[in-house]
Ligand binder design. Sequence first.
Ligand code: FEO
Length: 170
Amino acid sequence: MISTTMQKLINDQIQKEFYSAYFYLSMKAWFAAQNLDGFANFFDVQMKEERDHALKFFDYMNHVGGTVTLQAIQAPPATFASTLDVFEQTLAHERIVTASIYNLVNLAIEEKDHKTNAFLQWFVTEQAEEEATAETNIRKLQLIKDNPQGIFMLDAELAKRVYTPIAPAP
Ligand code: FEO
């Protein structure tokens, strides 16, 4: 059994992960409307991964006898200033999610909840990867600036991203 405080934070995290999926789905829509299908594909995969993160927390909660309480998901932004802006917002968002995961880890340590701490370590690694990916794309877009050829080349690269379902919890 996990503590009531931990259950609350996990329920909050489920909401944040579903919001992340919604946020990236909005980015997919923004790129799809411009026929930038590679960028749209990148955010389609991102959206599916975030949904999987939410479900991983959902499954864990059930596994340890906690109670899932789903929360409202706010509307994400519908438009973005530029392609670079999308990735800058992605990085800023992922940093918030990382802080939230760290908060969960801190609570697990405080409560000596080793099982939840072990479960959370997958997310610690995942967050590091997500931040690194956003940073890489930001650096590429800073080099490309508004060069259409560069945008099309990156679009072709991002079209190759493939969705791989994550292992279920725990
Ligand atoms: Fe599941 Fe990108 O945070």
